[in-house]
Design a protein around this ligand. Structure first.
Ligand code: FE2
Ligand code: FE2
Ligand code: ZN
Length: 492
């Protein structure tokens, strides 16, 4: 039998010359992506870690067996009943946003299996598609078990199929980033920017948090997914290298655009989990410390390695590390009935921790929590609506997320006029992305536009029930229904 190293290199490279069609017909630019280059420009495409299909199958089989064993041992309802209520919300948030993105990634990887420009790249995309199918199924399997206990877990599957504002924003991102992306944009935006800068580190960081919280199922789930991500994210580097050589302006644009768009989502999903939904005693590092340690230096170094500059809005990005997720969390708490998970009210202990971790920025947000706490004291426990916003709020016309950029003292929302209409954005980078491709984005209606056009109800209660699809049970509430020991009225 031949040794692996004697045949694998040959088997990876199976491109041939076409005799009766042109290469451009086989790989049309509209589907394969730009810059369109002859195969000679791509043939040095090389993945640092080689995998044969047989190795892939036996490796994945081992991972599935290990995952199943953990699921059998600690993946039952009574295992989750023991966990902190706020942490379960982190699970609900991740559990719903993960499968939505992962399934889109199956489709786009399959497009790369056919239209990627080199055979070794196409083979890697094939394994990537199988990975992403697994990443869709794992959270659905784990959380399906819990639906009969807590109906909010049903949103792991349901979110994608609703018009909840988070689903609208998530699809706006994921449809463009992943589902409809050509293989070149997919490789740079998803494999290089998102999976290299954010997802791998997100999974490593979050599995450490899950471990300290005692959620061994979540820890195992993200670890298992992460080992796949680490392999297929390597598709990005060699594609980016060729694009930088041939069209550096486009390469820089893709990086700048997708770093910002994926950052906003990452900051919400991971920022909420790390700084608000992890019980105080189990918190180790803040979201900011985590981003500084794992992303700032790492990504800057990576860009340099590829001959790219930092995104032009780097200072805005660095400033947002200490503000953005705090702003969105405060907004989400006061509109918690619009989401499928419960939110925790930061008490004196949590706020002291946040002040210590964010000395420059948290004091700006803290008055919001003081006001909300005072309202809870006034209204008493269980009175959700007394600390709940009653009107729909504004959304960014690019990212479709709430207009929560900047600080309470200075919101970074900005407007642009296009074709006789005024558009509002949460931030300068979102406005910049819109201005580069207005024909792509201008017709998309955000929640407010849908209300104004009569497609969605303007009454918040009707909007939540009829349009977002949230029932009384699944609608987000305060995790403790306002029953916090520290909140109790001091005896008169
Ligand atoms: Fe994945
Ligand atoms: Fe992936
Ligand atoms: Zn935006």
């Amino acid at each position: 039998m031949l040794k692996r190293e004697d045949w694998l290199d040959l088997a990876r490279k199976l491109d041939w010359e076409y005799s009766y069609v042109s290469e451009r017909d086989v790989f049309p630019e509209a589907v394969s992506g730009r810059p369109w280059l002859p195969h000679a420009a791509w043939e040095s495409w090389d993945e640092p870690y080689r995998t044969s299909y047989a190795e892939y199958v036996s490796g994945q089989h081992g991972k599935e067996a290990a995952f199943r064993a953990v699921h059998d041992a600690v993946g039952r309802v009574h295992d989750f009943e023991r966990l902190d209520r706020a942490w379960l919300s982190a699970l609900k948030l991740h559990g719903a946003t993960l499968p939505l993105a992962e399934f889109a990634a199956v489709v786009s990887n399959l497009r790369a299996v056919r239209f990627g420009r080199d055979s070794a790249w196409r083979t890697m995309a094939n394994l990537g598609a199988l990975d992403e199918l697994r990443h869709t199924q794992i959270p659905l399997l784990v959380l399906h078990e819990l639906v009969r206990w807590d109906v909010q877990f049903d949103w792991a599957h349901k979110l994608l199929h609703t018009d909840d504002w988070v689903a609208i924003a998530a699809r706006h991102l994921v449809d463009e980033l992943i589902l409809t992306a050509d293989p070149i944009e997919l490789a740079i935006a998803t494999n290089f920017v998102f999976e290299t800068a954010f997802t791998n580190l997100q999974f490593v960081g979050l599995s450490a948090v899950a471990c300290s919280v005692g959620d061994r199922m979540f820890e195992k789930m993200v670890q298992s997914i992460q080992t796949d991500e680490a392999r297929h994210s390597q598709i990005g580097g060699p594609v980016l290298r060729t694009v930088v050589e041939n069209d550096p302006v486009y390469a820089q644009y893709l990086v700048d655009k997708w770093f910002w768009r994926t950052w906003l989502f990452f900051a919400i999903v991971s920022g909420f989990a790390m700084d608000y939904l992890t019980p105080l005693e189990q918190r180790r590092a803040s979201f900011k410390e985590f981003v500084e340690e794992w992303i700032l230096d790492h990504f800057e170094g990576l860009l340099e390695e590829y001959g790219l500059a930092r995104p032009w809005y780097w200072d805005t990005f660095v400033a947002s590390i200490g503000t953005y997720h705090h702003m969105v969390y405060a907004s989400a708490y006061t509109h918690r009935a619009t989401v499928w998970f419960d939110l925790a009210l930061p008490g004196p202990g949590e706020r002291a921790w946040l002040r210590e971790k964010y000395p420059d920025t948290f004091p700006l947000v803290e008055p919001v929590w003081e006001r909300i706490s005072a309202r809870w004291r006034e209204g008493g426990p269980e009175l959700e609506w007394y600390t709940q916003g009653a009107t729909p709020i504004g959304f960014c016309r690019l990212c479709q997320l709430v207009l929560c950029g900047g600080t309470p003292l200075s919101n970074s929302a900005t407007v642009r006029d296009h074709a006789g209409q005024r558009y509002i954005f949460c931030s300068e980078p979102c406005a910049w992305i819109f201005e580069r491709e207005p024909e792509r984005y201008a017709d998309h209606r955000d929640v407010v536009q849908r209300i104004l056009a009569g497609n969605a109800p303007g009454n918040l209660f009707a909007l939540i029930r009829r349009y977002f699809g949230l029932s009384e049970q699944s609608s987000g509430k305060d995790v403790a229904h306002g029953r916090y020991p520290w909140l109790e009225r001091p005896p008169a």
